[in-house]
Design a binder for this molecule. Structure first.
Ligand code: ATP
Length: 594
């Protein structure tokens, strides 16, 4: 298959914002793709070479591309750099320079998808001495054969900035239509994806082994499962009503969600967004290795920092720095150890537990994990009374937790990978503000700072995720809660998301000074949710012409690096929060009047 066939689709996708049109274009692309390379075409369209969780990045530096482009086009690196400064996108620079060159005369051999993929694959695995020259050779070779449009996408891909904005769910829609026999196959495909987090693998299984293989796809050690997520409520009675009168309440630990895959070959730890974070938690790895009564197993749990002397739970922030250098990590592990609290079992010794009800999973987990000093199942209690639930909540908060996770114990209590639903409810008390709960919002834009904040950002434009339409709608402009250190680092952290126009998946009535691809997620608290004529979150859901906004928003200091933009609080959740707030006000007024 020719690379130009894929590139043609990319260009058309970039020219539209309509999800249906994007799906139609992808269906045609999949129709035209030979079975053996369907996985590669899917990964390339996602802007990567492998599923995300393998963490294999192309890692080509801008400077190397300057050199490759200069060599191929016969220009100086200085000219390439100047043009880049002017246009802001190296892909466009490559396209423009190659256009100028082809006008002179240029005989070229057409690039195939395999050629491009294999060259990128080699580049991604190059390491050590001589690797820079070798990468340069591969890039020059590819760009030398590319058309101007192909060069644009090869350059962006090499930099890890393809950014077509195609959501995983849209690719699943297209696979269902093209290879699954129609939209009816979509739920089974999504289920397979939720159990493997690997779209290329799902596509290949579907193309080569059909829907039967998709329907029987099981949890596999080493392929992370997309996490089950919870709804939220802040009233014990309402929670019990949702749970048909009885539930399991567990401590909601203020740690970091970890999915552990243990096998005789070793242990892999994945974060909530399914990044491989094994290197950050050698202590958790060791705890599991020494204590499990199973050969192969997948479980979820939370590591929480603890005081070495007393075992008391400490604030999460103390382990958030584990992303740092190795030297720091060793020190951190020594001085701020963690305890690990497993809370769910997904797979053990050939049995896929995701289809089993909660109580069975819990029972098995208990048998597999003997309690030890730093390893224990999440604290749990079966409750059927709101007073009992509130007491347990107070106990959890007093013991350093965020609140409770309430879980269904009914027949509906299977592990629903990748779904947010009412069989898990988080019951949190947030004493820091009037808002019942914090929200996690994606940074989509920024405003230049003035005075003391000159040279950095004065405020950020933040958005919630509209899952149904796969767009981000603004919910507030936030300038408080940032420390000097935050202000200093924000422009650097945000640089990799910067684009020169509002991103096609951002819906905003406000003009920001700088725009970003939604990527960085921040935790925000506020006084309340209010109606807003200028923010687009939940537009028209409460009142025509009005959206919803967080009033007096403040950054809590928590960078949600464990979340991707699509994991931000959804617009529907904010609408729900607004309704819950209204209900509370009405109830309070009625009580006062009585
Ligand atoms: P939040 O922003 O409130 O942490 P979230 O959006 O990351 O939530 P939710 O599914 O809404 O994810 O809330 C559940 C989170 O609570 C889990 O992702 C997990 O990290 C954490 N957690 C802590 N203790 C437990 C527990 N006992 N059972 C399940 N999840 C727990």
């Amino acid at each position: 298959m020719l690379y130009s066939r894929i590139v043609d689709t990319y260009a058309k996708i970039e020219a539209t914002t309509k999800r249906l049109e994007i799906t139609r274009l992808l269906v045609k692309l999949i129709d035209d793709t030979p079975q053996p390379i369907i996985d590669k075409v899917v990964y390339l369209t996602q802007g990567r070479l492998y599923p995300d969780f393998l963490g294999i990045e192309l890692g080509v530096a801008e400077k190397l591309l300057f050199r490759a482009l200069a060599t191929v086009t016969g220009q100086t690196e200085v000219k390439v750099t100047i043009l880049y400064k002017k246009l802001g996108d190296l892909g466009t620079v490559a396209e423009q320079l190659l256009k100028e060159k082809t006008e002179v005369s240029f005989e070229r051999e057409a690039l195939s998808v395999e050629q491009v993929y294999n060259a990128f694959d080699t580049i991604a695995h190059e390491a050590g001495q001589g690797s820079i020259n070798s990468k340069l050779r591969h890039l020059t070779n590819l760009l030398g054969k590319a058309s101007p449009t192909e060069a644009k996408y090869i350059t962006r891909m090499a930099l890890g900035r393809l950014r077509l904005g195609v959501a995983d769910m849209t690719i699943l829609d297209a696979l269902a239509i093209s290879l699954g026999g129609g939209k009816e196959s979509r739920p089974s495909l999504e289920r397979a994806y939720n159990r493997s987090s690997d779209l290329g693998y799902v596509a290949k299984t579907l193309a080569t082994r059909g829907m039967k293989a998709i329907e029987s796809l099981k949890v596999t050690i080493g392929k992370p499962i997309r996490p089950m997520l919870a709804e939220r409520l802040s009233d014990a009675k309402a929670i019990l009503a949702k749970m048909n009168g009885e539930c399991a309440a567990e401590y909601k630990y203020d740690g970091l969600r970890i999915q552990a895959h243990v096998s005789p070959k070793g242990t892999t730890l994945f974060s909530r967004r399914l990044e491989n974070i094994t290197g950050q938690f050698p202590d958790v790895q060791q705890l599991l290795k020494n204590n499990l009564a199973a050969t192969e197993l997948t479980l979820e749990g939370e590591p929480v920092p603890v005081a070495s002397a007393t075992g008391e739970l400490l604030p999460f922030q103390l382990i958030s720095q584990r992303r740092g250098r190795k030297y720091d990590l060793e020190k951190t592990i020594q001085y701020i150890p963690v305890a690990f609290f497993p809370f769910d079992l997904l797979y053990a010794d050939t049995i896929d537990f995701t289809d089993r009800p909660y109580l069975e999973r819990r029972e098995r987990l208990r048998k597999l994990i003997p309690k030890s000093e730093r390893l224990d199942l999440s604290q749990q209690k079966i409750c059927n009374d709101p007073v009992q639930l509130d007491e347990f909540m107070q106990e959890a908060v007093a013991n350093g937790c965020e609140g409770l996770m309430i879980k269904s114990i009914g027949p509906d209590s299977t592990y629903k990978a990748g779904a947010r639903g009412w069989t898990w409810i988080k019951y949190k008390r947030d004493y820091r503000s009037e808002m019942q709960d914090s929200v996690d919002l994606a940074v989509v834009g920024a405003f230049a700072g003035r005075g003391r904040r000159g040279g950095t950002y004065g405020a950020l434009l933040l958005a919630a995720y509209d899952k149904r339409n796969d767009v981000f709608r603004t919910a507030c402009k936030c300038g408080s809660g940032f420390t000097d250190e935050d202000l200093d680092k924000l422009p650097k952290v945000l640089e990799k998301y910067r684009v020169d126009h509002r991103h096609s998946r951002v819906d905003s009535k406000i003009e920001a000074d700088v725009w970003f691809v939604p990527g960085l997620v921040l935790e925000i608290v506020g006084a309340e949710i209010t109606l807003s004529p200028i923010h687009t979150c939940g537009m028209n859901s409460i009142r025509p012409g009005a959206g919803l906004a967080v009033r007096f928003p403040r950054f809590t200091g928590k960078y949600r690096q464990d979340k991707s933009a699509e994991d931000s609080t959804t617009t529907d959740e904010i609408v729900e929060m607004y309704r819950a707030q209204l209900k509370k006000v009405t109830e309070n007024t009625t009580v006062e009047a009585a």
